[in-house]
Design a protein around this ligand. Structure first.
Ligand code: ADP
Ligand code: MG
Length: 236
């Protein structure tokens, strides 16, 4: 089983909202769009995992979150759901350009994230695309601005920022950094810093990691605003 969570509740004006979500265990009891609720039902996702219970109430309230939990604990849904919900609430459509970016350390992981995103977003009208290299960069460049959500590897995203003339993230609403610890282990710190410098500051940022190292916290200081630090520990 999973341990109780290390959650430090925040005293804030929206405390009432937060309290009403504390202890919620099922997706159906979260304030989600009916499109997302039916997609989750079709995927047979009912009970939230510990990291989802800890982070979703904060992320759905619009806060920046640093979430740490071991591999296999369900971190993907902990950011895919808030991302889809944010763009849905803003009535994001094809003509609105890039509204969300998810950065992952490897192409293989990016493909898995993309699959989760297309399942959760199946009943929504927003579009999503992969920017992971392996394909012709000009082929990607042609569709980069038609996508509302981009799932990317760091190098390829920065390459488009530098080289694709019409690529534009000025409307970005949410940035997700997945497996932040692994991205730093793979030497992507500089690339991530350069990407973050190119992004609008007024956005929500979610950072997920299997571990909370000092370098992950340094990256969080750079990219996140007054984040909630939520960490779920395996029972020892
Ligand atoms: P992590 O990113 O923490 O390693 P994943 O997001 O890849 O974990 O999820 C691991 C597995 O658990 C996936 O197969 C996913 O479909 C499944 N999963 C995630 N959340 C739930 C849930 N609430 N209920 C049932 N299965 C879930
Ligand atoms: Mg993961």
């Amino acid at each position: 089983g999973e341990n109780p969570l290390a959650v430090t509740p925040r005293k804030s004006s929206d405390g009432a909202n937060e309290m009403s979500l504390t202890g919620v265990r099922k997706f159906i009891h979260l304030p989600l769009s009916s499109s997302t609720k039916s997609a989750l039902k079709e995927c047979k996702f009912k009970e939230m995992t510990a990291i989802q219970r800890a982070t979703l109430p904060h992320a759905l309230c619009g806060r920046d979150v640093l979430g740490a939990a071991k591999t296999g604990s369900g971190k993907t849904l902990a950011y895919v759901i808030p991302l889809v919900e944010l763009l849905w609430r803003k009535k994001w459509g094809r003509q609105d350009g890039v509204g969300g970016i998810v950065i992952s350390p490897t192409r293989e992981l990016a493909i898995q994230i993309f699959q989760c995103l297309t399942r959760v977003g199946a009943r929504h009208s927003m579009s999503a695309g992969l920017l992971i290299g392996g394909k012709d960069v000009s082929e990607e460049a042609n569709r980069v601005n038609k996508m509302n959500i981009l799932v990317c590897t760091p190098g390829r995203l920065l390459q488009h920022m530098d080289e694709t003339p019409l690529f534009d993230c000025v409307g970005l609403q949410m940035l997700v950094l997945d497996e932040a610890d692994r991205m730093l282990d793979l030497g992507f710190a500089k690339t991530l810093n350069a990407i973050i410098e190119n992004l609008p500051k007024k956005r929500q940022t979610l950072l997920f990691s299997a571990t909370q190292t000092k370098s992950v916290k340094d990256l969080a200081r750079l990219g996140l605003k007054d984040p909630e630090y939520l960490s779920v520990h395996a029972e020892s």
